[in-house]
Design a protein around this ligand. Structure first.
Ligand code: TYD
Ligand code: MG
Length: 458
């Protein structure tokens, strides 16, 4: 940026900064996202200088790894096992957690429930809202969960004031709902703009680390699917969780996208009910409820979501097309992947899919992109194309390659165990993954090497 310039253009989607206005962002490829904003020269230096001064106070010497004692009670359980798992085993003291999601998906509800539970356990919890009045929060709080009378509520959007309050009252856990409503007086632009959100997160990060407070930040996702303006936020915080789900279905999936203190790709499943969010401890059962009987085009597949196998029903409908360009849709599965698998089927098995419409759907609206879902998609399409139902006590998993080979997948034994737990008795899986897997009683395992084997097993 030119010296002495006080404004710059920021992509509201990803935070990319440019001296000139641009129609398309070179970083995230979104159109018309550039807005002129004042430049905050202090942001980076201020936070790092502040962090530096605390570091100077606390750490004088580098120390040997062995001499560092693990801190006790570093993790606090949230009282929700599903949330604990996504967080990597509970809340880490002094961490900054971003909870993103579409407006109305249930972020405020989830965090309010967590706050109430923690307040009940004697933690000092402060819920700061810039979106709702204290009365409105009270109405919601009365709806969800038990008591939580000691929970502190504050309606405030000025970060200077929030900083003072936090320094004075030293709560253990703080929720900021939402980052897009917060503003710092040192920045001239409007709340929700890239520079404000960046500055606000910087201040909160500093407060979390200096005061040892765990801070949850709520961030709204725009229609493009990233937290409004600030993808900048993602790299500043310790943990990023996204809350997703079909607005019309009642279940919600909380997905870990980044976690400095645990594994990512874990998911937590919740159901939105009258009285707030309820955990779904056995998602497979939940996802498979209401499955059609003896219908062609339906098959149960298994996807590993973090450490947990989840069974879902894949449905396909393949029919003769009346259009010059056959229609294809993919719901919950990757559209390009479905097209690729159909091309493989056409080439390797000689099916005439090019003249067929095809609709693929993962029942329940959950999004799953693990390659192990390939075989499920392929079998659902085959089953619909041939109009042959697949035995309903069968599950399938495996990756399909371009030559029509069925490739190995990880954690095969765990997937088979899950199938057994839910009363399935046949598993169709990659032959190469069977090796090294002990025998599992009551389950018939059919190993397949190529799509030809798959066709035979149908
Ligand atoms: P909310 O937490 O306000 O969403 P966000 O903070 O992510 O914008 O969720 C609001 C939705 O949840 C709203 O559509 C109503 C629904 N809801 C319930 O179904 N039951 C409940 O007990 C509560 C509190 C909300
Ligand atoms: Mg909200």
């Amino acid at each position: 940026m030119a010296k002495g310039k006080t404004t710059a253009f920021f992509c509201q989607n990803c935070g990319y900064e440019s001296a000139k206005w641009m129609g398309q962002c070179p970083a995230c490829r979104e159109w018309n996202t550039f807005v002129e904003e004042p430049v905050v020269k202090t942001t980076g230096t201020k936070t790092s200088a502040a962090a530096g001064s605390t570091r100077r106070m606390q750490l004088q010497e580098p120390s040997r790894l062995v001499s560092i004692k693990p801190q006790e009670n570093l993790r606090i359980s949230t009282g929700m096992e599903e949330l604990d798992r996504v967080l990597g085993g509970g809340i880490v003291t002094g961490s900054l957690v971003l909870v993103g999601g579409d407006p109305g998906i249930g972020k405020s509800t989830l965090l309010l429930q967590v706050c109430k539970t923690l307040a009940n356990r004697g933690k000092k919890v402060l819920y700061i809202s810039g979106e709702e009045s204290a009365q409105q929060i009270k109405i919601r709080a009365d709806r969800v969960g038990e008591a939580g009378d000691d929970l502190l509520i504050l309606c405030e959007t000025n970060l200077g004031d929030i900083r003072e309050i936090l320094e004075r009252s030293k709560p253990e856990i703080v929720v900021i709902d939402s980052i897009q409503t917060m503003y710092s007086e040192s920045v001239n632009s409007a709340p929700g703009s890239v520079s404000q959100v960046r500055e606000a997160t910087g201040i909160l990060m500093q407060l979390a680390k200096v005061l040892g407070i765990t801070i949850f930040i709520v961030g709204h996702v725009t229609k493009e699917g990233v937290v409004a303006g600030p993808r900048v936020l993602e790299h500043m915080v310790d943990t990023v969780l996204y809350f997703e789900g079909d607005r019309h279905a009642s279940y919600r999936v909380l997905r870990g996208v980044k976690n400095r203190f645990g594994s990512t790709n874990e998911i937590g499943v919740f159901e939105m009910q009258e009285k707030g969010l309820v955990e779904v401890p056995n998602p497979s059962e939940y996802m498979l409820s209401g499955r059609p009987e003896n219908a062609s085009g339906s098959v149960v597949a298994c996807s590993m979501e973090g450490t947990r196998p989840i069974l879902v029903e894949i449905q396909a409908l393949v029919c003769q097309s009346n259009l010059p360009m056959p229609r294809r849709t993919a719901n919950g599965a990757d559209y390009n992947r479905v097209n690729l698998l159909m091309a493989v089927l056409e080439k390797r098995l000689g099916l005439r899919l090019g003249v067929c419409d095809a609709y693929v759907n993962i029942a329940g609206g959950i999004r799953m992109n693990e390659p192990a879902m390939d075989l499920g998609i392929v079998m659902a399409i085959l089953s619909s194309y041939r109009d042959k139902p697949i035995d309903e006590k069968t599950i399938v998993f495996g990756e399909v390659g371009l030559s029509g080979e069925v490739r190995a997948v990880s954690q095969a034994a765990q997937r088979v165990q899950e199938a057994k737990k839910l009363g399935f008795h046949t598993v169709i899986m990659p032959a190469v993954s069977i090796r090294g897997m002990g025998k599992i009683d009551g389950i018939e395992i059919i190993g397949v090497r190529t799509l030809k084997d798959v066709l035979r097993s149908l």
